[in-house]
Design a protein. Structure first.
Length: 317
């Protein structure tokens, strides 16, 4: 069963998930709680205080990165030294020298002689890895590409393939592929079979994280995910558009495995400290509503750029 916990900010989604975690900890099933890395300390502390030590010690509270590490530690299929940023720069430099010597490029023939192009090439390969695109997959897609971009894509393929080969020859591994590889290992070993899987505090996911969720949805006995949305999933221009897009993507995975699913809407409204803030939360980007007093707690500012916006906010903290 896949359960979508839906509600606006402060509607009680995390409280609902906490109660579901409590009920799921029977000492038999594995219970996973996946949260963003930056929230891990606060979330673990909150969960510990809510559940108590006995229940909390039976729950795996992890980020996607730590979940991948846990899978590698259990099945031992990830060996080698991770390449640091400086080592990646050196590896890309070696790839560029080899490509220049072999005269393998046509579109980037001038850029390859410029050392600043190394950082651009590293960014391109990083984006491809995060999108779960291997050198082989990228090369296979070029044949069907439009003629206008085929030349550029072919050069990128040469750079990506050469860089990846040199990295493997030198015995290094790239942390950017950890989640994708861990998902494949989890699938082969039925790692999530019969478990209860919770996902909280996310708005969207990267392609490799979606791969991990795909495996979890297919194997877990129960899957819970909270999304900050009012449930109006048809409005692509709403303030919840990103969460609604994530909902649709998860639903496509659910449909693929023909899993049962249900929406659970939480509605702990008017939880903010003043009527003005509650009014703003309930009416922003919605149809015109009657005005209320700002109670000196709401300010509207037009900032010149993101830096002046941050300066303004920090001046009031």
């Amino acid at each position: 069963m896949v359960n979508f916990i839906l509600g606006e900010s402060g509607a009680g989604k995390s409280a609902y998930i906490t109660e579901c975690i409590r009920k799921s900890c029977d000492g038999i099933k594995k219970v996973f709680v996946i949260i963003p890395e930056q929230f891990s300390f606060e979330y673990e502390r909150k969960l510990y205080n809510e559940l108590g030590s006995n229940i909390f010690n039976n729950v795996y509270v992890l980020s996607f990165t730590r979940l991948a590490k846990m899978i590698f530690d259990k099945f031992g299929d990830r060996t080698g030294e991770y390449a640091s940023d400086s080592k990646k720069t050196v590896l890309m430099y070696l790839a560029m020298k080899e490509i220049e010597k072999n005269k393998s490029l046509s579109y980037f023939i001038r850029q390859i002689k410029n050392r600043s192009f190394i950082n651009e090439a590293l960014q391109i390969t990083a984006d491809l890895r995060r999108s779960c695109v291997s050198p082989e997959n990228f090369t296979s897609k070029i044949l069907g590409a439009d003629e206008k971009i085929r030349e550029k894509a072919s050069d990128i393929s040469v750079i990506y393939s050469t860089y990846d080969r040199i990295m493997r020859e030198k015995g290094y591994k790239d942390s950017l592929t950890d989640i994708t590889e861990a998902a494949a290992i989890a699938n082969m070993n039925d790692f999530f079979e019969g478990s209860v899987f919770f996902v909280d505090e996310f708005e969207s996911f990267s392609p490799d994280e979606f791969e991990m969720l795909d495996i979890a949805i297919a194997s877990a006995e129960n899957f819970y995910i909270s999304l900050c949305t009012n449930g109006d999933k048809q409005n692509e221009f709403s303030v919840f558009a990103i969460s609604d897009m994530t909902y649709r993507r998860i639903m496509s995975i659910v449909s693929k495995y023909r899993k049962e699913c249900k929406d659970i809407k939480t509605s702990n409204k008017n939880n903010l400290r003043t009527q003005a803030l509650n009014h703003l939360s309930n009416s922003i980007f919605r149809k015109p509503v009657p005005p209320v007093s700002s109670e000196n707690c709401v300010k509207i500012v037009e900032a010149r750029d993101i830096y002046s916006e941050v300066d303004f906010v920090c001046s009031y903290i």
